[in-house]
Design a protein. Structure first.
Length: 475
C-alpha cells in the first residue's frame, strides 16, 4: 500500500516529472507508466434496447452502456470528458481509489462540468479489478450514463479462454425510466429487488416525489431478452464473467441454467474461490466469476423475480452447434449454493499488521416507511454528519439497518474490510459496496489513507438522492 500511495502522489499532476524519478515499484515492472487516453462524451441519444420501441436516453459516446474502458495497472488513464448534455455532469470511477480531485462527485470533489464544457480526468489505475464508471450528478445514472472500467494486471497469470463484461441495468420500457418515468412504485408495496428469494419477502418502497420508477425491463449490455447478445461458448473453455450491476434500484439473484460457477473476486478484490449456483449482486457491486463450459446446450442466465418484473433479465449462453435448441431457463429453489459475504475470505491473507480502529461511527440507516426521505443517523445529506478521520487512522463503520429495504452502502476513495468475527482479520474480504439487509447490523473498517472529502452513500440511486449519504473527511 505505501508503494501504491507513492505512485499516486508522484503521478497526479506531475506526470512528466514522475517518470524521471526512481520509483521502486517501477523498477520491478518491465513496462513503464503508459498514458492511455480516452475521449468520453456525454450526450443525448436514443436506444431501443434491441426492441422495436425507441426512447430518449443520456449516454456516453452514444452507446448504452458506454464503451468498456480497459487499461492495465501500469497505465495512467486520461479521460477527456466533454459534456454535450443540457445539464451539468461529472464522471465517477466507482471502486477505484483515485486521487480526490479525480473522483467526480459534484459539489464535493469538483464543480460539475457545465453544458458545453470539458474536464480532464487523469489517474493511475490501481489495483486491478472490475469497476464501473458513471455520472454522479443527481439521477443521471438512471438515464444511461454508465459503463465498465476493467483494470488488468500484466503480472496476473490468467488462464481463461474468454472474458466477458456483463453490465446489468434496470429500465422502464415506456419512457426509459429514470427521473422522468411516469410510473412510480406506490408506498407500502413489495418491490422487485428486495431481499431476494431465500432471504424472505421484499421490503417497502418509499413514497413522495423521489420514489423510484417501476422498471419493467432488465438489460444486459444494453439489450433485453430475447434481443440480448448471447455468450458463445465452446465445450471445455474456461470463461471469466465480469458482472457489473449498474442498476439504479435492482438487486439481482442470478443463476445460469445447467452450470455452477466459481466466484473469484468481489468489487475487484480477489477472494478464495467459492463455488456457487446463485449470485446475489447489489447496485454498484461487481463480481468476477469463472465458468467451465462443460455442459453443451443453450442455457439462460436469469434473475429471480420477486414480484415487479414483467420482462426479466435473461442472457443466453450458447455452445457451438447448439444455436437451434430452445434456451433453457434456470430454476430457482431452496437448497442451491447461494453464498453470502461471510462465506468469503481474502485470496491471500493480508500482510499488514492488524490495527485496532482509532475511530468508530455508528451508521443507522432508516427512512421510507412514512417519509420520502432516507437518512443516516436520522439526517439527510447535505445536513448529515461529517465522519472525520486523520490520515493513516483505521476507521470502523457499524451499519445498523432500521429500515425495511436493503441498502448497498458504498465508500469512495477506499476499500473497506468486512468485519467477520469468525475469521482472523488478515482474511477479511475487501469491498467498496456492501448490501446491508433490513434489520441487519454489519461492520466494516478501512485505513483512511487517501486524503480528501469522500462521498459515502447508499447506491440505491433514489435513496441517495433522498438523503442517504454523508461525507468521510480524511485529513
Ligand atoms: Cu438504500
Amino acid at each position: 500500500m505505501p508503494m501504491d500511495r507513492r505512485r499516486f502522489l508522484l503521478s497526479s499532476g506531475t506526470l512528466a516529472l514522475a517518470c524521471l524519478l526512481p520509483v521502486p515499484s517501477l523498477a520491478k515492472s518491465p513496462v513503464p507508466n503508459n498514458l492511455r487516453s480516452f475521449d468520453l462524451t456525454a450526450g443525448l441519444a436514443s436506444t431501443n434496447l434491441g426492441t422495436d420501441r425507441t426512447f430518449r436516453v443520456w449516454s456516453y459516446n452514444q452507446g448504452i452502456p458506454g464503451p468498456v474502458i480497459r487499461v492495465r495497472t501500469d497505465d495512467v488513464l486520461k479521460v477527456n470528458f466533454r459534456n454535450k448534455l443540457p445539464h451539468p455532469s461529472t464522471v465517477h470511477w466507482h471502486g477505484l481509489p483515485v486521487p480526490n480531485s479525480m473522483d467526480g462527485v459534484p459539489g464535493v470533489t469538483q464543480q460539475a462540468v457545465l453544458p458545453g464544457d470539458s474536464f480532464t480526468y487523469e489517474f493511475p489505475c490501481k489495483p486491478s479489478g472490475t469497476y464501473i464508471y458513471h455520472s454522479h450528478q443527481g439521477l443521471q445514472l438512471d438515464r444511461g450514463l454508465y459503463g465498465a472500467l476493467i483494470v488488468d494486471d500484466p503480472n496476473d497469470s490468467l488462464t481463461h479462454d474468454q472474458d466477458f463484461v456483463l453490465v446489468l441495468e434496470d429500465w422502464a420500457m415506456v419512457d426509459g425510466g429514470g427521473p422522468e418515468a411516469g410510473k412510480r412504485k406506490p408506498a407500502g408495496r413489495m418491490m422487485h429487488g428486495g431481499r431476494g428469494m431465500m432471504r424472505g419477502p421484499g421490503g417497502w418502497s418509499g413514497s413522495g416525489p423521489l420514489s423510484e420508477p417501476v422498471y419493467n425491463a432488465y438489460a444486459v449490455n444494453g439489450r433485453i431478452y430475447p434481443h440480448t447478445k448471447p455468450v458463445k461458448l465452446k465445450k471445455g473453455e474456461k470463461v471469466r464473467l465480469r458482472v457489473c450491476n449498474a442498476s439504479s434500484s435492482t438487486i439481482y439473484d442470478l443463476r445460469l441454467a445447467g452450470h455452477s460457477f466459481t466466484i473469484v473476486r468481489t468489487d475487484g478484490r480477489p477472494i478464495k474461490p467459492v463455488k456457487a449456483e446463485v449470485l446475489r449482486i447489489g447496485m454498484g457491486e461487481r463480481y468476477d466469476l469463472e465458468l467451465v463450459a462443460d455442459n453443451p446446450g443453450n442455457w439462460l442466465l436469469g434473475a429471480y423475480e420477486s414480484g415487479w418484473g414483467e420482462s426479466g433479465l435473461k442472457l443466453p449462453f450458447v455452445y457451438e452447434g447448439k444455436e437451434d435448441i430452445k434456451p433453457v431457463a434456470p430454476s430457482f429453489r431452496r437448497g442451491l449454493a447461494y453464498p453470502g459475504y461471510f462465506d468469503f475470505q481474502a485470496a491471500a491473507p493480508s500482510t499488514e499488521a492488524y490495527q485496532e480502529p482509532a475511530r468508530w461511527y455508528r451508521q443507522v440507516l432508516s427512512g421510507g416507511m412514512h417519509s420520502p426521505y432516507w437518512t443516516i443517523n436520522g439526517r439527510g445529506y447535505p445536513d448529515s454528519e461529517v465522519l472525520r478521520a486523520d490520515l493513516g487512522q483505521v476507521v470502523r463503520l457499524a451499519y445498523i439497518n432500521h429500515s425495511h429495504m436493503p441498502h448497498p452502502m458504498h465508500l469512495h476513495g477506499h476499500f473497506f474490510k468486512l468485519v467477520n468475527p469468525s475469521l482472523p482479520p488478515e482474511k477479511w474480504i475487501s469491498k467498496d459496496t456492501l448490501i446491508v439487509d433490513p434489520m441487519q447490523r454489519l461492520e466494516v473498517q478501512f485505513l483512511a489513507d487517501n486524503p480528501g472529502d469522500w462521498f459515502h452513500h447508499c447506491h440505491h440511486l433514489y435513496h441517495m438522492e433522498a438523503g442517504m449519504a454523508n461525507i468521510v473527511r480524511v485529513a
